[in-house]
Design a binder for this molecule. Structure first.
Ligand code: 4NP
Length: 159
């Protein structure tokens, strides 16, 4: 199967999107699909360019088997729309920024990450940055569902 390129996007690129990257990489490996996915993450805000993920995100992800310590924050750029097959935004604010940036012929690559979860009660992955540690666990629960949804969609040829 051809390689499918996924970019997760949040605001700071130090919490949600690096965790999403680590979780999907992990779940793809468990499904024997490592070679058919390329996964990255980026942010729409520039505060944390070059920084590793938030220590709370690193710890919570590692607890679930995803080592994201080597990732570094970067900004999303227009070239990403050419390079990736799917650009998955964590919330509507980031989706709106991406939609404004996207070349017209690439807008179809843009999705809310939660749109891959059938029957989800929320359509955004909440920002855990300013909250307590439990927020990271909740985010990881959602991102596990997102990863399963993306794997299933790919397997079934829906993306
Ligand atoms: P993220 O969380 O978008 O999930 O990486 C945030 C991280 C940092 C900031 C905001 C959100 N910040 O304002 O610095």
């Amino acid at each position: 199967m051809a390689v499918f390129r996924v970019l997760f996007v949040c605001l700071g690129n130090i919490c949600r999107s690096p965790m999403a990257e680590g979780v999907l990489r992990n779940e793809a490996a468990k499904a024997g699909a490592t070679d058919t996915f390329e996964i990255e993450s980026a942010g729409t805000g520039s505060w944390h360019i070059g920084n590793p993920p938030d220590p709370r995100a690193q710890a919570a992800a590692l607890e679930r088997g995803a080592d994201i310590s080597a990732l570094r924050g970067r900004l999303v750029d227009e070239e990403d729309f050419e390079r990736f097959d799917l650009i998955a935004a964590m919330d509507r604010a980031n989706y709106a920024v991406l939609k404004r940036m996207a070349p017209k012929d690439q807008v179809h690559k843009l999705r809310l990450a939660m749109s891959f979860v059938d029957g989800a009660r929320v359509d955004e992955v909440p920002d855990p940055y300013f909250g307590e540690g439990a927020g990271f666990e909740h985010v990881l629960d959602l991102l596990g569902d997102v990863a399963q949804g993306i794997l299933a969609a790919r397997r079934e040829g829906r993306i």
